[in-house]
Every structure is written in C-alpha cells, then in structure tokens.
Write a protein that binds this ligand. Structure first.
Ligand code: RB5
Length: 150
C-alpha cells in the first residue's frame, strides 16, 4: 500500500507522527512536503500533488495536513476522483472509510494533537469500505464530477 503525504507549514507539526504511523501499519510513504513549520507555503499545491498521486493510481491513499485540514482538503477535492475528508476524531475516521470510501483524509495541525492524529490514521487505514447502498451514493458523486469537471 502506497500512501501519499503532504502538508503546509500549519500541518507540518503532525507529519512525522503521521508518517511513522503509516510505516508502522506497513505502508510505503511518498512524501510531497513541505518540510518546515517555519517557512510559510501555500497549501493548495500540496493538496493538488497528493490528490493527483491518488487519482492517478500512483498511490492508493493520501493524508494531507494544514492548519485546520480544511483548505488543503478543498484543494485536493478539485482533483477528479479524490474523496478527501476532514477528520477530527476516530468516529469520523471510521465512518469516512465505511461509508464514503475516503481515499484521502485531511488533518488540522492547529486542531488535533499528534496522539489524536495517530489514532485517526490507524482507524481510517484499517477500516473497510462497506459498499452496498454507499456505492450508489459514490456513483452519484462520480456523475456530478463527470458533469462538472473538464
Ligand atoms: C495557513 O496559515 C492556514 O491558512 C492553512 O494552514 C490552513 O489552515 C487553511 O485552511
């Protein structure tokens, strides 16, 4: 399993723990940066890089981080095929895999702790998509993409 990871300066505080957690789970991590909390960078390009890595199939999943998780998730969701979910607790982490088959999760370095990030990543990574009625809804989302993306 290859997992793309990317963040801006606001999410950098979580990156090392997210990477070590993914590696502990057996994943191969592909790191798209950034590499500092001190140098201000623009989150959209990191969301786009991770989104493209997942949508292209080069990576199976992605974890993105900014101050809140919100901006970088909006950017990643502009890549067709990405289902990026902002997650702030393990309940959301489980359900966004079970129901939304989220292929990317977005975490906020100014919202959650490193311990919470580890719990969220473990929960989401090990949870399973349930399919069934949820696939019908994901198919509707794909249709919206087809109608609205170039
Ligand atoms: C950067 O200051 C901050 O705006 C960014 O990390 C993120 O929180 C945006 O949604």
């Amino acid at each position: 399993m290859r997992v793309a990871v990317g963040c801006d300066h606001g999410g950098y505080v979580l990156k090392a723990r997210v990477v070590s957690t993914l590696e502990d789970l057996g994943a191969e991590v592909v790191d798209f940066g950034t590499d500092s909390a001190e140098i201000s960078v623009d989150y959209p390009k990191f969301g786009e890089s991770v989104g493209k890595a997942v949508a292209s199939g080069d990576c199976d999943l992605g974890v993105i981080m900014c101050g809140t998780g919100i901006g970088i998730s909006i950017a990643a969701n502009k890549v067709k095929g990405v289902r990026a979910a902002v997650v702030t607790n393990t309940y959301m982490a489980k359900l966004t895999k079970n129901h939304n088959n989220a292929n990317v999760i977005a975490l906020g370095g100014r919202v959650i702790s490193e311990d919470e990030a580890e719990d969220i990543v473990r929960t989401w990574f090990t949870a399973e998509y349930e399919g069934g009625r949820h696939q019908r809804r994901l198919d509707i989302i794909s249709k919206i993409e087809d109608e609205n993306f170039k």
